[in-house]
Each structure stands twice: as structure tokens, then as C-alpha cells.
Design a protein around this ligand. Structure first.
Ligand SMILES: [Zn+2]
Length: 473
């Protein structure tokens, strides 16, 4: 190696070291470019998307790009699963922004549903990386084209829904890929039940007391968030009237009944607040309000759990007997009564009666008029000994104040089985049955479910009419 060669070698090494030194300086390192894609649902609503998503190209997608080194240019290329390039675009950004919103262009040709589409978005900034040509981020997005809106067709429905009552609707959904079905009465949501064949659903809705503005709607979204919403054409019947009554509570009666009731409540649940109350009426208020609420949330939860379980299967009853729980009876308390209790000092406590009170002979047989499964067999505070039977399709019946249980949890019942004996356990006066009907955990008017004509016109005829249409379809 000659002298000049050695010198040349040293210069190259020195330049290399200098280059490495420069490379490690802050000047040459840049914070990475970031890019997040958003699907725009409306002018004000957008959701972050990533990875493989279904996409209706009519919905706009933006990519929010950020680089502290400022953005220089970007390239967009879209290729179908078959390798066809359907879009290629290159843009130079003029004003060196740190943030840039890029609207993802649609493919230039219309692609059939189900097409796989791969986007590559290469964003380059003004940093000195890559020998001063800038750092480049390659953002990749994969889509499956789905431009078809779901459709909802109502096959059959109950003619009307009454305030406090129930109504049925059977419908069909046409959709590439259902993501979500929402059924609402304007306030509560209902689980749909698969009916007869794939894509068909049936659901009983309730119009609970307190919901003054019933609005039955079905909304379907697919995975591309194509959404369809329809109103269920029930006629709304606001004619049912509910009573309000005032009951005076006598001191001696309170102290007698309260002591036994409190010991019952304590035996089943620990209620520390009850310990601190000394006044009998205060104790009553606590039981009438807090303990009642506790009972009702147990009841609601059991009914909803059963409905969720049933919605996984396609079998449910097409025939229903009227829900008559006692062989002969007289009504002693109506559904929907608003009861105000008042003591000598004019203190009050209110409750809403969510069932029908009926009485017959003492310790009478309580019947399950329809087949079902026992979902609750429990001593509750206000309801006393209580049994709930799930009949499928979101419908449960409830029997309270029993003196004895004759069936147990999870037991399968056939129509006509005796499930217990009437009594006066819990907050009850005299032997009677508190009988409740629930639709997906919501208490509904018993009179409908006790009436064979109502059941025929609103439930069984609607189901068989829908079934016939589905079999022809
Ligand atoms: Zn009752």
C-alpha cells in the first residue's frame, strides 16, 4: 500500500466516522410518522379502524397523519385480492404541515361485494433520514367490500300494543354479515329470538308502565356499519287505566307484622341499615322501598338471563295456554296499582304493584299453565317464597307469597304441573297468590296472558302466519 493510498483510506474512514457521528445527532433522528385511519359515520361521528374491516366505499375514510418533521408527500395504491390495481395516486404536500388529514380515495371502478381490497399509503416527511430524502411510513389497510344495505322485512305482528302490555313481531333480515340487531320500545332493549330458519327472528316487546312514549323499532347493522332502521307498525292503545289507592297503616298492626317480616328479611339477607332503624314506620318504608327493589332486581336478572339463554336456541313454543295459576279464584289486587301507605303522622311510602293478586282456598295448588323451566325458587323479602318459571321466548311467570315449594331450581315442568301452595309469606295479608308475567324481565299486564283470545290473536296466530310465510319463502 503506497502513501497516497493510505491517505485516501484514512480520509474514507474519517468521512465514514463523521457520517456516523452526524447520523447519531438529533438533526438526523426524527420522531416517527404516525397515521390512524377513521371511518366516518356522520359529519360529526367517526370511529378508529384497523386491520381487516368490512367497508362500504360510500362511507368516507380519513387518515390522520402526524410528523414533527413535517409532511412532504404521500402515495396511495389500492390492489384487489386478484392483483388488479384499482387506484394509484401521488401527492406532494405544499405547505409542510405537521398534521395532515388524507381522505382515502374510493377505487376508480365499482367492485362487487366480497372483494378483498388492499391499500398501501406511503407517507414521506421532510426529515433528513435516508440521506435527506425523508422518512417514509407505509400504512397498510385491508378491506372487504360490502356496499349492500341490510333490509328488514316484517312478516307478521300483533295488531296493537297496550300501555302496560305485550306484542309480538316476526321479521326477516337480509344482510351480508349481521353485526348487531337492536330492538327497542324507545327505552328498553329486547333480545331477538331466531325463528324457524336462518335470518328470521321473532320477539315479544313490552310497553312497561312508566314509559309514556312507546316507540317500537328494529335496527340492524352489518360489519361495514351499513345500518337500517324501521318502526314496527303496532297500533298504540293507551286506553288501559291503572288505579291508585291509599292504605292507612295502624301502629299496632305495624309493630306486629313488621317484627315477623324483619326477622324473615334478616334470615335471607343481611340488611345492615335495618339494624339502625327504631321507628316501625321507618322500618316499613325501608322494606317497602329498599327490600322491594332488591327483590325486583333479582327477579329481573333471572328473567333476562333466561331470555339470553333461550336466544341461543331456535326452539320455542308455538302454542300457549292461558296462564291461569289457580283452578278458581277472585281478584284481590290489580296489576299496576299505585299504592300509597300512610301512617298516623301522615308519613307516606309508595309502591307500584307489578302483578295480579288472586285468592282461592287456603294453601291452594299453584299451577304452571304452560311448560317451562324453574329459574327461581327462593325466599325473597317482600315477595316471600317465590317461584319463577321461564316459558321460552323471553316470557316468564312469577308466583309469590307461597307457603310451600313443590318444585326446585332448574326443574323442567309440563303444562299443569303444581309448583307450590298459596300462602302469605313476605309482605302479604291473608292467603293469596301474587302472580306476575314478565317479558324479558319487564312486568306486563297479566290480563292479556290470562285471556285465550288475546293469546290467539296476538301470539299464536301471528307465529303460525309468519311460519307459513317463511316455509313458502
Ligand atoms: Zn301482589
Amino acid at each position: 500500500m503506497g502513501g497516497s493510498n493510505l491517505l485516501r483510506f484514512l480520509v474514507v474512514v474519517a468521512l465514514g466516522l463523521f457520517g456516523f457521528f452526524l447520523y447519531t445527532l438529533d438533526l438526523f433522528t426524527s420522531t416517527p410518522i404516525t397515521a390512524q385511519a377513521y371511518l366516518h359515520l356522520s359529519p360529526t361521528e367517526q370511529i378508529a379502524i384497523s386491520d381487516k374491516s368490512a367497508w362500504n366505499p360510500d362511507r368516507r375514510i380519513s387518515i390522520e397523519v402526524q410528523s414533527q418533521s413535517k409532511i412532504k408527500s404521500y402515495k396511495i395504491k389500492a390492489t384487489t385480492g386478484d392483483g388488479l390495481v384499482v387506484l394509484e395516486q401521488e401527492e406532494v404536500v405544499t405547505n409542510r404541515p405537521e398534521k395532515l388529514k388524507i381522505w382515502l380515495p374510493k377505487p376508480e371502478i365499482e367492485l362487487p361485494d366480497g372483494t378483498n381490497l388492499h391499500y398501501e399509503i406511503a407517507i414521506t416527511d421532510w426529515s433528513n433520514a435516508n440521506f435527506f430524502s425523508g422518512a417514509t411510513l407505509l400504512k397498510q389497510l385491508d378491506f372487504i367490500i360490502n356496499a349492500k344495505q341490510p333490509t328488514i322485512t316484517i312478516l307478521a305482528h300483533s295488531p296493537k300494543i297496550s300501555y302496560g302490555g305485550s306484542a309480538l313481531v316476526v321479521f326477516k333480515i337480509d344482510s351480508v354479515d349481521i353485526k348487531d340487531i337492536q330492538i327497542t320500545n324507545g327505552k328498553n332493549t329486547f333480545i331477538p329470538f331466531p325463528f324457524v330458519r336462518e335470518g328470521y327472528y321473532a320477539v315479544i316487546l313490552a310497553w312497561p308502565l312508566g314509559n309514556t312514549n312507546f316507540s317500537g323499532r328494529i335496527q340492524v347493522s352489518d360489519t361495514a356499519l351499513n345500518t337500517r332502521r324501521i318502526t314496527i307498525p303496532f297500533i298504540k292503545d293507551t286506553s288501559p287505566r291503572y288505579q291508585a289507592s291509599t292504605l292507612k297503616l295502624q301502629e299496632h298492626f305495624l309493630s306486629e307484622k313488621m317484627n315477623s317480616l324483619i326477622s324473615e328479611v334478616k334470615a335471607i339477607r343481611y340488611e345492615p341499615e335495618l339494624e339502625n332503624l327504631t321507628d316501625d314506620f321507618e322500618k316499613f318504608v325501608y322494606i317497602n322501598e329498599q327490600v322491594r327493589q332488591g327483590d325486583e332486581s333479582i327477579i329481573t336478572q333471572k328473567a333476562i338471563e333466561a331470555a339470553q339463554q333461550d336466544a341461543k336456541s331456535t326452539s320455542f313454543p308455538l302454542e300457549w295456554n292461558p296462564f291461569i295459576p289457580l283452578k278458581g279464584y277472585s281478584v284481590v289486587g290489580r296489576f299496576g296499582d299505585k299504592r300509597t301507605y300512610i301512617n298516623a303522622a301522615n308519613k307516606t311510602s309508595q309502591s307500584l304493584h307489578l302483578g295480579l293478586d288472586i285468592a282461592s282456598v287456603k294453601n291452594d295448588n299453584v299451577l304452571s299453565a304452560n311448560a317451562g323451566r324453574v329459574i327461581l325458587e327462593q325466599k325473597l323479602g317482600v315477595y316471600g317464597n317465590t317461584i319463577m318459571v321461564n316459558h321460552g321466548f323471553g316470557v316468564s311467570s312469577l308466583y309469590a307469597h307461597l307457603s310451600d315449594f313443590l318444585v326446585g331450581n332448574d326443574q323442567e315442568l309440563v303444562a299443569g304441573d303444581v309448583l307450590g301452595l298459596t300462602g302469605e309469606s313476605g309482605w302479604a295479608f291473608g292467603d293469596h297468590l301474587h302472580f306476575g308475567m314478565l317479558v324479558q324481565g319487564l312486568n306486563v299486564r297479566n290480563v292479556e296472558w290470562l285471556d285465550s283470545r288475546w293469546i290467539k290473536h296476538n301470539i299464536t296466530d301471528v307465529l303460525s302466519q309468519a311460519k307459513a310465510l317463511i316455509q313458502k319463502d
